[in-house]
Design a protein around this ligand. Structure first.
Ligand SMILES: Nc1ncnc2c1ncn2[C@@H]1O[C@H](COP(=O)(O)OP(=O)(O)OP(=O)(O)O)[C@@H](O)[C@H]1O
Length: 794
């Protein structure tokens, strides 16, 4: 834009305004806003904008000792850009006769206002945006640095100030529905913010409010009105906790939100603007952005001021919480020009009042006043952080081209000029994300608790198993103790038994020694007997001789018997005559004498036999003892050995005729009733052996042996016993134990022996019966006497 009238500018004033900005201001009655600028501060006449995109604080070192931190603050002047609205159709028509009073020099970032035809005033701004400046250009020079600063963790404010109808809403809130090139700062800022954040970690919440007649209303939820403004006394942060905060994740939802807000905003048709905003619109965009790559050890300060070191694992993530405030102020207006009446007039008054309060605060800040009348209106309270606070603020002042509103334009320019002198202390708001840490710690805690519970269960299981093992060990110990006790008892018992066995062995050894001694003596006796009966062969030869004699005697006897029979036959003849009868009687007596001699001879032979048998038995016994076959273990064999010994003794005694022999026979006979079959068998054999010898037969009968044998024969089922017993009975019978009873018994034995298949006993019994029968007939024929020992003959 250029001065249309082409008037020369007052160079001296221009140079003055270039050299010292305060001079320019002073020309306009504006004092320098920075009373004592530091030496390094740029000259106020050429205010160098601090690049908000690269704030010095952004490279500041993090102080981990703080839970949250604000950078000490870097001075950042409020940046002001001026935008000229293009002339509208009305202005083109109405102001056709007027020359332009404003000349913009965007390359020099200054504008000139012609006071009159010969005088003009020059004002420098951070940006000068002509009426041809695009929305994009406006966004990039005015808003983008602030948006970038917000994304880096600083608070930012973008505000539009100007006369009503000069394009504030167009600059800030244009949605660009018809032409996206028309999108205003709000839409473009959100695009940049959404493009920069991470949806997984970061968040954006938006509140949209309007300040209408000193009342904060929620544009998103119309029912919410009179929302309180809360100020943090420490940090000075301003918040509206009652306002609706909508989380934004995409541009569409944000556009919907803006549309909703615009629809709820108070607007009116005034003379100056058909859609004049009657409230201040405040868009609050809260950005919570996690800082990438930041972490490490953290030292927290407790209430005692002592640092508490936190390990890296529990270090909360760093988060930057920043706020972008976009303020579309209601337009200042001259009441006479706007034509407001009634309620609109009240609205206009309220708007102007709040704008006046804002101007006062900015004046105070610009002048470095100790008192900032920030509480004069809710607008100044809401914008506390934006002017003189910690926010990076960018102000766009909108002006119209019409010279008819020159006064309002000048007022706006002066507002901007004063605002340019306001210095903010931008601070990086970086803090630990305790909520995130808390969530993480909660998860970690749950994990640890579950792990502890799991380990507790394991521990309980282990304890239970350990308890079971302990009980098992105790049981095993008890069992072991009892087993040891039993073993000790067993050991004692075995020891006792061992001692007893040793004693018994000792006794047995003694007995054995005794028996050996006895054996020795027996051997000696045998030796003696051998010595005595050494001439056994001689004895045998004598026996043979005796046998021969006996045979001769038998022959003689047979001859005698023949003679006797002849004599008996003769006797019967002679008996008929008396002298021959006498002679037969004499012969009969001779025969008896010869029978007696024969008897004596047989007894002598029998004695020799007995002696021979005894010697043989003793020799066998001696051999048996020597060969070690004597059994000491069995009681029955002991008894049997004893019986044998007794029998042997009895056999010996039979020959010696001592009184003890009867006792030994009794013992043997008593063993016939023994329960032990072997003993009975052996006893019956012994008795049978004894019965085979004629010399024993009488004693056996007297001792009741015959009766015992008969009883045994009738009672036993053992074949051996029956056979031996029958043989013994037969022997007894064959050798003179003749009587009637025996005869009957022998018949009985003969029958039973025949039935049992014992032919020997049967033959013996038959023989006996036969002999008895013969003998009876002989005696009867010979008329001899009956037997002395029985009555059979009778
Ligand atoms: N740069 C521009 N280019 C084209 N048209 C513009 C421009 N600035 C403003 N306008 C138009 O001017 C009119 C008024 O603009 P706008 O409503 O934005 O003014 P305002 O300052 O917000 O007014 P108020 O304070 O009364 O709300 C609108 O019709 C708008 O389209």
């Amino acid at each position: 834009m250029s001065y249309r009238n082409g008037l020369a500018r007052p160079v001296q004033k221009l140079e003055r305004s270039l050299s010292v900005n305060s001079n320019c201001s002073s020309n306009n009655g504006v004092r320098p806003l920075v009373p004592s600028p530091p030496p390094s501060s740029p000259a106020p006449t050429r205010a160098k904008p601090v690049s908000p995109s690269r704030p010095a604080s952004a490279t500041g070192r993090r102080t981990p000792q703080r839970n949250s931190r604000y950078e000490s603050g870097v001075s950042s002047r409020v940046r002001v850009a001026v935008r000229l609205r293009p002339r509208n159709a009305e202005e083109i028509v109405a102001d056709a006769d007027f020359a332009d009073c404003i000349e913009l020099q965007p390359e020099l970032k200054r504008l000139k206002i012609r006071k009159n035809n010969w005088d003009c005033e020059t004002y420098e701004f951070d940006e000068v945006l002509t009426d041809f400046s695009s929305q994009k250009r406006v966004y990039e020079v005015v808003a983008k640095p602030v948006v970038e600063s917000v994304l880096e963790g600083y608070n930012g404010t973008i505000m539009a100030y100007g006369q009503t109808g000069t394009g504030k809403t167009f600059t800030l809130g244009r949605l660009g529905e018809e032409d996206i090139a028309d999108r205003g700062i709000m839409v473009r800022a959100m695009e940049d913010i959404l493009a920069d954040i991470s949806p997984e970690q970061d968040s954006i919440t938006v509140s949209y409010l309007q300040l209408y007649m000193e009342t904060v209303l929620d544009l998103l939820v119309p029912g919410k009105d009179n929302i309180p403004i809360v100020e943090d006394p420490k940090t000075g942060d301003v918040s509206l906790p009652g306002a609706t905060a909508v989380e934004i994740w995409d541009q569409t939802s944000f556009l919907d939100l803006l549309q909703t807000g615009e629809a709820n905003r108070f607007a009116a048709n005034t003379k100056l603007n058909t859609e004049s905003s009657r409230s201040h619109a405040i868009l609050m965009v809260n950005v919570k952005k996690h800082v990438k790559g930041k972490g490490g050890d953290l030292i927290l300060t407790n209430e005692n001021g002592l640092g508490v070191h936190m390990s890296k694992g529990f270090c909360p993530p760093m988060v930057r919480k920043s706020k972008l405030v976009v303020v579309d102020l209601a337009g200042s207006e001259r009441l006479d020009k706007s034509g407001s009446e009634g309620h609109a007039l009240e609205e206009a008054k309220s708007i102007n009042l709040s704008l006046t309060s804002l101007g006062k605060c900015i004046n105070a800040l610009a002048e470095g006043s100790s008192h900032i009348p920030i509480r004069d209106s809710k607008l100044t309270r809401l914008l506390r952080d934006s002017f003189g606070g910690t926010a990076r603020t960018s102000l766009v002042i909108t002006i119209g081209p019409s010279p008819r509103h020159r006064g309002e334009t000048m007022s706006t320019i002066m507002f901007g000029q004063r605002a340019m002198k306001v210095e903010n202390m931008v601070k990086l708001k970086e803090e630990f994300d305790y909520k995130s840490l808390c969530r993480r710690l909660d998860m970690e805690l749950e994990k640890r608790v579950s792990e502890i519970e799991r380990q507790g269960k394991l521990l309980l299981d282990v304890e239970e198993k350990l308890q079971e093992r302990l009980e098992e060990t105790k049981r095993a110990e008890r069992n072991l103790e009892s087993a040891l006790e039993k073993m000790a008892a067993e050991r004692a018992r075995y020891h006792k038994e061992h001692i007893e066995v040793l004693e018994s062995l000792e006794n047995e050894r003694a007995e054995r020694q005794k028996m050996e001694n006895q054996l020795q003596s027996t051997m000696q006796d045998m030796q003696h007997h051998r010595e005595v009966f050494d001439p056994c062969n001689q004895l045998k030869s004598e026996i043979l001789e005796l046998k021969l004699q006996l045979d001769k005697e038998v022959q003689l006897r047979q001859q005698a018997e023949k003679e006797l029979s002849a004599l008996k036959s003769g006797l019967t003849k002679i008996e008929s005559t008396s002298p021959e009868g006498q002679e037969a009687l004499i012969l009969s007596r001779r025969l008896e004498d010869e029978m007696k001699q024969r008897k004596n001879l047989e007894e002598e032979i029998q004695q020799l036999r007995n002696q021979l048998t005894q010697v043989t038995l003793q020799a066998d016994e001696a051999k048996r003892i020597v060969s070690g076959r004597i059994s000491f273990g069995s009681e029955s064999h002991k008894s049997f050995a004893s019986v044998n010994h007794n029998i042997d003794t009895s056999a010996n005694l039979n020959t010696s005729g001592r009184p003890q022999e009867h006792v030994g026979l009794q013992k043997v006979l008593s063993l016939l009733d023994s329960a032990d079959l072997d003993v009975r068998v052996h006893a019956v054999k012994v008795v049978a052996n004894l019965a085979a010898e004629e010399v024993n037969q009488e004693k056996i009968v007297e001792a009741g042996g015959l009766h015992s044998m008969l009883m045994l024969l009738s009672s036993t089922e053992d074949e051996t016993i029956r056979r031996v017993a029958a043989g013994a009975i037969a022997n007894l019978a064959m050798n003179g134990m003749i009587h009637e009873y025996m005869f009957n018994i022998c018949m009985y034995v003969c029958m039973h022996a025949w039935m049992d298949g014992c032919m020997h006993a049967c033959i013996c019994a038959c023989t006996y019966v036969y002999y008895v029968f013969i003998f009876f007939n002989v005696l009867r024929i010979a008329g001899g006497e009956h037997c002395k020992r029985c009555t059979l003959y009778k």
